[in-house]
Design a protein around this ligand. Structure first.
Ligand code: GDP
Ligand code: MG
Length: 206
């Protein structure tokens, strides 16, 4: 199937959270810079000390998230030949959520909204895979930290991977509404956008 090019929005939005370990490691500037230089536009930014209730709301946006997270965890145990603490994905997902609540309420985090063409996919690419040990070199999670599922699971805590990034346009829309009021997102033009999006570049040469 061909992608319908008319459907590619230049105003696609995505949510990024710099988790407490990113703030503690002094990586706020580095992380924002990596996203910013992609060409995407930063349209919302704030520091938040989230409550457990807010974290729960964030991860309840996708009603299947718990089961999916549990299945991912089960597969990771099985692939290592280890016995999971439970065979029930929902139960394991619940554990991951409880650990995430402790992790994300442990200190301030930075909430960001980026906008632009394929924003969700571009931000996920720059962020890298969930487990820092196996995420690609050149990605934020691959370059700036070292955690693994194995160590995190043995210690009974969430994988510390510096960042949350929305994984679909639908999820992004819901997640943004958990963290930002509509008036906190700013509509503005960047001069850079002409070189990214304009069909006609006749205005450059004098
Ligand atoms: P993401 O979209 O790449 O952040 O991954 P998920 O949405 O599946 O999981 C959310 C977060 O939960 C991850 O970023 C990790 O911090 C943590 N996490 C997910 N799965 C596991 C797991 O199996 N074990 C542990 N310890 N933490 C996990
Ligand atoms: Mg996710």
């Amino acid at each position: 199937m061909f992608k319908n090019l008319n459907k590619i929005s230049k105003k696609e939005k995505t949510l990024v959270l710099i988790k407490p370990d990113g703030v503690q490691r002094g990586l706020i500037g580095e992380i924002i810079q990596r996203y910013e230089r992609s060409g995407l536009k930063l349209i919302g930014l704030k520091m938040v000390l989230p409550s457990e209730e807010l974290v729960e709301r964030h991860y309840s946006v996708d009603p299947d998230w718990k089961t999916k997270a549990g299945e991912k965890s089960l597969n990771s145990y099985r692939s290592k030949g280890l016995e999971p603490p439970s065979q029930n994905p929902e139960e394991l997902g619940e554990q991951v959520l409880n650990n995430l609540k402790k992790y994300l309420t442990s200190g301030p985090i930075i909430a960001l909204v980026f906008q632009g063409m394929n924003a969700v996919q571009v931000i996920r690419k720059i962020t890298g895979g969930t487990e820092p040990l196996t995420s690609d070199v050149g990605t934020i999670r691959g370059d700036f930290t070292i955690d693994s599922y194995e160590v995190a699971d043995v210690d009974g805590r969430a994988v510390r991977n510096l960042i949350h990034a929305s994984s679909s346009v639908w999820e992004a829309e819901k997640e943004i509404s958990v963290w930002f009021q509509p008036e906190e997102l700013i509509n503005y033009r960047l001069v850079n956008e002409a070189i990214l999006y304009d069909v006609n570049l006749d205005g450059i040469l004098e």
